[in-house]
Structure formats: C-alpha cells, structure tokens
Ligand binder design. Structure first.
Ligand code: ZN
Length: 104
C-alpha cells in the first residue's frame, strides 16, 4: 500500500481549477489513484427537497482529484512538498518532507 497520501492528510492542490486550495483528504481511492479533498474541485449538485428541515436546492460536492494534482502540505515549509518514506529499525514507516526532513 502506498503511504504517499492517506485519509485525513492535509494536502494542497497543484493543478486544475482548484490550484492552491488546501484541505484534508476526505476519501482515498487507491485503485484509481484518486482523492477527495475537502473544499476542492467543487461542483454544484441539485438536491431534491426531502423535508422542511432539509430544503434541498444546490449543494457543493467535492469531486475526486487525481493524486498527481495534489501534494502533501508541510506545515513547516508552508507549502506542498515531495515526501519520502523512511523505515525505522522497528519497521515503522514515516513520511519525511524532502525539503526540511521533518515528518509530515
Ligand atoms: Zn517541509
């Protein structure tokens, strides 16, 4: 399994109409190499009225983005960065920012 991106990671979108958008990974589709990023690649979807408490209308829904258009966000560098996997002696894997060498 790729450790590059996982659910809950903070990422930045690097291409497309949501370029520069930062958000958490809400869903990850490993088979398709796609992720759904909170607040990015939004499309308006029409929702039918269900009840008085759920009035329907338009709702903005994030569509999946290809992994190649997102990068992990390093809070230390304050930008999207490339990461590498480091394997410790006890076999645990961590992702390390290639720029500042800190764990992302
Ligand atoms: Zn960094």
């Amino acid at each position: 399994m790729s450790l590059r991106i996982k659910k809950g990671d903070k990422v930045i979108v690097t291409s497309g109409k949501s370029k520069g958008k930062k958000g958490r990974v809400l869903r990850f589709f490993p088979d398709e190499n796609k992720v759904v990023v909170e607040g990015a690649n939004l499309v308006k979807k029409h929702k039918k009225k269900k009840s008085e408490s759920e009035p329907g209308g338009f709702q903005e829904v994030p569509l999946p983005l290809h992994l190649s258009s997102v990068q992990l966000f390093c809070s230390n560098c304050n930008r999207g960065v490339k990461t590498k996997i480091e394997i410790a002696k006890d076999k645990t894997k961590t992702r390390v920012c290639k720029k500042c060498q800190k764990t992302v």
